[in-house]
Design a binder for this molecule. Sequence first.
Ligand code: EPZ
Length: 420
Amino acid sequence: MESLLIKGGVPLRGEVTISGAKNAALPIMAATLLTREPCVIRHVPALSDVKFMGEILTRLGAQVRFKGDTVQVQARHIKGTGDYDLVRRMRGSICIMGPLLGRLKKATVSLPGGCVIGARPINLHLKGFCALGAKVVIENGYVHASAKRLAGTAMFLGGRAGSTVLGTANVMMAAVLAEGVTVIESAACEPEIVDLADFLKAMGAKIAGAGSPTITINGVRELHGAEHEVIPDRIEAATFAIATAATNGEVTLHGVRTDHLGAVLDKLKDAGVRIDHNGASLAIRRSGKLRPVDITTLPYSGFPTDAQAQMMALMAITPGVSIITERIFESRFMHVSELMRLGAQIEIEGPSAIVKGGKPLSGAPVMASDLRASAALVIAGLAARGTTQINRVYHLDRGYETIDSKLRALGARIERIGRE
Ligand code: EPZ
């Protein structure tokens, strides 16, 4: 297994271009199953999760061709059963269920199961499918959904932590080919949902309200092929902005949708970071001493849970006390124990982590546990004195396109080492 070796203490300087958004690319690739015609998706990040989704679509019978940051998909003839092992290994692939149900009126996918950050139930996905008229059966680790016909209806998709992103995506992709009008209340408002709706509309779907809590879909008989460019990854942008602040560097991020980063930029400004906007570029540097900030993660447009761990790494080196409360997932503090190995002073009180920042961090061997926790460890390693070795770096490769080469280009002393 590969590891990252980081010699910390070097301020990041220079320019970096943000890649396409993983969490938009995955559902958009799944949406190509809704038509037998060819689709072209550009600005797709070169990530293991994206390659994996390509593998899943291929196993379903689609033709998938990657060329640089473009993927061409044509799902002329497809079967309704996702490959058990593949789907089980990447829970994001649950979003093939909606398009399979929409196109074939049947879908069989392995139950995605939980992960380190939480149980990750799919009850709201299934509630939406049933509301559209599907029969859902769970047996032998698979979930089967089937329907003679899908009929549009009104439904409420809010759950224990508010809206569901992939639940909204899944139900929207089934509803676009249902008969009649579907109204999704308490829909997710994330930019990735808007991007998916834009792609579906380019395919001929009739969708209004994407980006708001109420999405209205007028079902159509069929969809045609389309081309689409995926939005920039707001979480990658947040990660590089936070890393710049943590290393007291000066970096310009290019190819950013600043309108997707409101909550993150607001918190960074409160924390003493200067952000200069210039179109799709953001110039980041400290505006003076760092200041502690309190954060609560919320559904969009609140502070994103996917940037929580990265902010905790920044607060660990910020003099003062900050309280970070995770309201979306039930156990998204796996990075805390590893940050403490680097010298961070953090106490967990229920859904909150109390970070007593200011003591310099010192490098140590640490273990990556999930995608964003790994990013937090990279940020902490970049800011720490001495050398940090981050093991199980495959977690990072799932969501960050060549993060080590992007960081090296900004002056970081970071290298990838294979395990003997
Ligand atoms: C998406 O996951 C993202 N993944 C996650 O990013 C992100 O953290 C999450 O949205 C929240 O923004 C992809 O888009 C591939 P949810 P998703 O359904 O859709 C509960 C990353 O790091 N819930 O919005 O699976 C759930 O338990 C990943 O890139 C139900 O109760 O998340 C959670 O507490 C990690 N029942 C909350 O809702 C359901 O049926 C939000 O989950 C579905 C969800």
